[in-house]
Write a protein that binds this ligand. Structure first.
Ligand code: SF4
Ligand code: SF4
Length: 266
């Protein structure tokens, strides 16, 4: 099964995430895709679970892991509610929060490769059949509050809880004020204020300054967008349907359920 760590380190190694998702962004598009899937020609549909070798090119995976390596590790040891950050309360749900969002296409494929090699076929199908864009509980959260895809978890989960207080987020934004466009700072503040956790402990403090600089200057995001946009993983029918529904050229970032709706067999 896909739980890659023992009970003790489950709690220590979890890094979690929930982030506000804008309504009318990609929300509900998974439902629309499901509605139109019958238009796809079944024989052309790539079933990601049937492909024998890893889908993500090794060079791309190395670049993705290089981004992840820049993020300081945190410890959640002693947390009194492990995994609570991977679930939505009623208030968070009503306020447009989503777990595991944003998920970049390159990260989605990386997780697919992990799921295919660490979970049994029944669980693989269950995970890939999840098309809910904002489930109350992340589909990868274990009953004990651990992350079942911890080595492959997305950037958004890795960056959660690195800072303990909102004042640290504000200080980072302030120090970048004359160095990056105002819109970047505004975007940084509007998301990162919701990702602090007072209960984590930093394990790699020396990485923090460079990491926060990368966050406020959108360095990680640019690399993940580039890597996602270089992937050629959708067949022509599927891409065309996506373009018709979203008016975007290709999927760069979405939710786990949204990507699943796109890749599912009709
Ligand atoms: S992928 Fe793992 S860390 Fe991220 S929200 Fe899900 S359970 Fe939590
Ligand atoms: S310490 Fe914070 S980030 Fe870690 S599991 Fe607990 S609530 Fe989540």
């Amino acid at each position: 099964m896909g739980i890659a760590f023992g009970p003790h380190c489950k709690i220590q190694s979890i890094a979690a995430h929930r982030r506000r998702i804008r309504r009318h962004c990609y929300l509900s598009r998974a439902k629309r895709l499901l509605q139109y899937r019958h238009l796809l020609k079944a024989q052309k549909v790539s079933d990601l679970l049937q492909i024998a070798s890893p889908i993500l090119p090794e060079e791309t995976r190395a670049r993705l892991n290089a981004v992840y390596a820049q993020v300081p590790a945190v410890s959640c040891a002693g947390c009194d509610a492990p995994g609570s950050c991977c679930e939505l309360t009623d208030a968070e749900y009503n306020d447009d929060f989503a777990t595991m969002y944003p998920l970049y296409a390159v990260e989605y494929i990386n997780i697919i490769d992990y799921v295919r090699s660490h979970f049994d076929p029944k669980k693989q199908r269950e995970l890939l059949n999840t098309v809910e864009e904002r489930p109350r509980r992340c589909p990868f959260l274990t009953p004990e509050g651990g992350c079942s895809i911890h080595p492959a978890r997305p950037l958004t989960c890795r960056t959660y809880g690195i800072l303990n207080q909102v004042s640290q987020v504000n200080a980072t934004a302030e120090s970048a004020r004359d160095q990056v466009p105002y819109q970047w700072i505004s975007s940084f503040l509007s998301t990162e204020r919701y990702t602090v956790c007072p209960k984590t402990k930093l394990k790699e403090a020396t990485k923090v300054d460079a990491h926060m600089k990368a966050m406020v200057s959108l360095e990680y995001e640019r690399e993940l967008i580039y890597l996602s946009d270089t992937l050629n993983w959708l067949d022509a029918d599927r891409l065309e349907l996506f373009q018709q529904i979203t008016k975007k050229t290709h999927p760069t970032r979405w939710t786990w359920g949204g990507f699943n709706a796109l890749t599912q067999k009709p």
